[in-house]
Design a protein around this ligand. Structure first.
Ligand code: TRH
Length: 359
């Protein structure tokens, strides 16, 4: 009998919660043969990420994953051998009670947010006994270094394309509302090299529309000086991965697109999910520190200055020219970085190994 698994996902906002859970469910099913049941409180974001999903259905099977709407009144179901609670989404109390009644309790995993901070390796796989029931929950941290759970990385990643020298600079843009964007668009429009910017649907397209002061619907293309703008439709996850691998520079955000940009082995600029208490700053700084460690100091400073400016500390327009000059070196660095972070195994295989030892 193969391993069965219940993966719980609550959509807090945007697309990352659904995006991460879908990738993981799909990979555990297709590469490890796990019988996956994905409980999601709002299946709507999955429709864009994986066309074929029907948000109206309470139960459906897509790519070998049983997708179940997570209802308020939770049904009486037997738990799988493994139960994954994504991002501390809090399992239904009735389900936890049934978990505790099993002859052999399921392996209960809390899948945490990704962070490059130093404390992560020390907390990865730490057990947390339930205060009342005979159940233990384990904290599973994705990460960039040995001793963490690694990163989601499927076998069927698109391979990075060789760069075509001398053409325009091809950029993909996926960000939150970003106060730095208008200044960067202006710098691109006024630059002496052509920039072709593929604007993701949603917040980026809407912000570009405001900057243009005119309609910029999906499918539209227009030029401002040296800048060519294309309004992309929302594409399925594999096509988004392809887009990253085919661009010279990617602006990404949150968690999942941030990871994908690293597998695309291209220079990228990350907008961390902004948090009111500023908790995103240590995340950003620790990542930049790790990612930039192997770069010569001057390049590291240029890369760091631009990324900090994109997140609100500094002037992106002033930092752009120097950053642009470092892109060939950052492309080289992207290959080495991807090889380094792939060394620690991927999240699904690390999770499978951890669970197997406890099943
Ligand atoms: O959407 P995000 O900002 O997601 C999140 C959420 O804010 C979440 O609450 C937070 O916890 C987390 O970030 C850190 O960004 P992210 O994580 O990059 O997710 C976007 C997903 O959308 C990712 O799976 C890629 C996918 N995508 C497509 O499939 N097609 C597209 O055209 C685009 C633009 C994105």
């Amino acid at each position: 009998m193969g391993t069965s698994c219940d993966l719980f996902c609550r959509v807090v906002d945007n697309l990352g919660d659904a995006g991460v859970c879908w990738r993981l469910a799909r990979q555990l099913a297709s590469e490890h043969g796990w019988a996956m049941r994905l409980w999601i409180d709002d299946p709507a974001p999955l429709v864009g990420l994986r066309p074929g999903v029907d948000a109206a259905l309470p139960v459906q099977v897509v790519e070998g994953v049983e997708i179940r709407r997570w209802p308020k009144e939770f049904p009486k179901v037997a738990p799988g051998d493994v139960v994954i609670e994504a991002f501390g989404c809090e399992l239904p109390a009735a389900f936890v009670a049934v978990m505790a009644m099993q002859e052999k309790a399921p392996v209960w995993i809390n899948l945490e947010y990704l962070s490059a901070e130093d404390w992560v390796a020390g907390c990865h796989c730490k057990p947390s006994p339930h205060p009342k029931l005979s159940l233990t929950k384990y904290f599973f941290f994705p990460g960039f270094v040995p001793g963490t759970g690694g990163l989601i990385r499927e076998r069927d990643l698109p391979s990075p394309q060789p760069l075509v020298a001398g053409r325009e600079l091809v950029v993909s843009l996926f960000c939150y509302d970003n106060p730095a964007l208008p200044a960067l668009l202006k710098a691109w429009a006024e630059s002496d090299t052509l920039v072709s910017c593929r604007v993701a649907d949603g917040l980026p397209r809407q912000q570009v529309e405001r900057w243009l002061g005119r309609a910029f619907p999906v499918g539209a293309s227009l030029c401002r000086g040296s800048l060519k703008l294309d309004a992309l439709p929302f594409v399925p996850q594999p096509e988004y991965d392809r887009l990253l691998a085919d661009s010279d520079l990617n602006f990404v955000r949150g968690e999942d697109s941030f990871v994908r940009a690293q597998w695309a082995e291209r220079p990228f600029v990350w907008q961390a999910y902004p948090q009111a208490d500023g908790a995103h700053w240590p995340k950003l700084e620790s990542f930049l520190g790790r990612y930039g460690r192997a770069l010569p100091k001057a390049r590291r400073t240029t890369m760091t200055d631009f990324c900090l400016a994109w997140n609100g500390r500094g002037d992106v327009a002033a930092a752009w020219d120097a950053f642009r000059q470092t892109l060939p070196a950052l492309t080289e660095h992207g290959h080495a970085w991807a090889a380094e972070i792939a060394c620690h195994g991927n999240l699904a295989e690390n999770l499978v190994r951890f669970c197997r030892e406890r099943l």
